[in-house]
Design a protein around this ligand. Structure first.
Ligand code: ZN
Ligand code: ZN
Length: 352
């Protein structure tokens, strides 16, 4: 973890901050290794403190050896001023996307000489680039989702309910070693599949309709995300046409994404293919998202994303076409940028 702290301290210096208060859960885990669900980090040039309550002190001591553990009691405004003073910090950053407005107001009221500075995405931008250890855990999470999909695919048949399929997959994921799945699994058939974030329902699968299956596993905190769309009747002409277009868009993006592109440029690679096929309007979301300790994190691949892609970034490539009343097709793989190009991590079979 110490190289992560080093990078963070560079950012603090660049932002002329004496210290930063980390309240966001995944950021806390990323920097300290502490997996407990409550606690804060206070990090300055010289010191790193993990503040948590009595339930977690022992765990924190064993999981976060780079940190001094401070046992705290009560809400943040109660203990923060003293702890911050002990660091001698004047300009202290906080995570504006995480701290609530009411907590912020109370902190300001008790801050005295200290200046609280809103920061955004400092740790998130570090998290976007994965180290070897993270890549290994992500690969394990990818393998779990691949294996669960491969095992469930031959079992899916007309007459099954969406919910039944989703539950079979979740059971398999957990049996194979996944922690709590990172998001509600999606099994959406026919018209339900036009909703990119549909919930599994009691709807019965019918032949000739698309079935979007979007699943993920979690391994030692790291997430995977995989989507396959199947059709329980290979002869369905309309399905094949839409499916081939989405697959073509996805493979084009995978083959042509390069480091130094922006998230918007990467998105355009797939979007152009779908637009040229006449379905531009039906691809209503971005091409993909970063993934790691959170199932959605930096970088974002989509319109308006200026993030530059660099080696070590892990993200999804998931174009889709959604046609009201008929259904949707989405295909999603995870990739890592390696030597400037996208290397595919997901291995679950696609329909051909
Ligand atoms: Zn997904
Ligand atoms: Zn996704």
């Amino acid at each position: 973890m110490s190289h992560r702290l080093e990078k963070l301290r560079q950012r603090l210096a660049e932002s002329e901050l004496d210290a930063i208060l980390i309240s966001q859960g995944e950021n806390r885990r990323y920097l300290s290794g502490f997996t407990g669900s409550a606690g804060f980090l206070l990090i300055s040039e010289k010191r790193a403190i993990l503040a948590t309550d009595f339930r977690y002190v022992e765990q924190a001591q064993s999981q976060a050896p780079d940190f001094d553990i401070a046992q705290i009691e009560g809400e943040l405004p109660k203990w923060f001023p003293d702890l911050a003073s002990s660091l001698g910090a004047k300009r202290i950053g906080f995570e504006a996307n995480d701290l609530s407005f009411s907590t912020y107001r109370q902190l300001v009221a008790t801050a005295g000489e200290k200046e609280l500075v809103a920061t955004e995405e400092i740790v998130e931008s570090l998290r976007a680039i994965k180290d070897d250890e993270e890549l290994e855990l992500i690969t394990r999470a990818v393998e779990l989702a691949d294996a669960a999909f491969e095992e469930v695919a031959p079992m899916i048949h007309p007459g099954m309910k969406e919910k039944e399929v989703a539950w079979e997959i979740e059971k398999l994921l957990r049996q194979k070693g996944s922690e709590t799945v990172p998001f509600d699994l999606i099994v959406a058939s026919g018209p339900n599949s036009t909703l990119p974030h549909a919930r599994p329902s009691d709807r019965v699968l019918l032949p000739g309709e698309p079935v979007v299956i979007d699943i993920g596993a979690r391994f030692q905190g790291y997430c995977s995300d995989l989507t396959r769309t199947i059709c329980l009747d290979n002869e369905e002409k309309n399905f094949s046409k839409i499916y081939d277009l989405v697959l073509g868009a996805q493979l084009t993006a995978i083959a042509t994404i390069e480091a130094r592109m922006s998230g918007e440029e990467a998105d355009a690679l797939a979007r152009t293919v779908i637009e040229q096929g006449g379905y531009g309007e039906a691809f209503g979301h971005g091409l993909g998202h970063g993934i790691g300790l959170a199932s959605h994190e930096q970088p974002r691949l989509g319109r308006g994303s200026s993030t530059t892609l660099v080696d070590g970034m892990v993200f999804t490539i998931e174009p889709g076409i959604y046609i009201k009343g008929w259904g949707g097709v989405r295909i999603e793989d995870m990739v890592v940028i390696e030597k400037g190009r996208a290397k595919v991590l997901s291995k679950a079979k696609k329909m051909d």
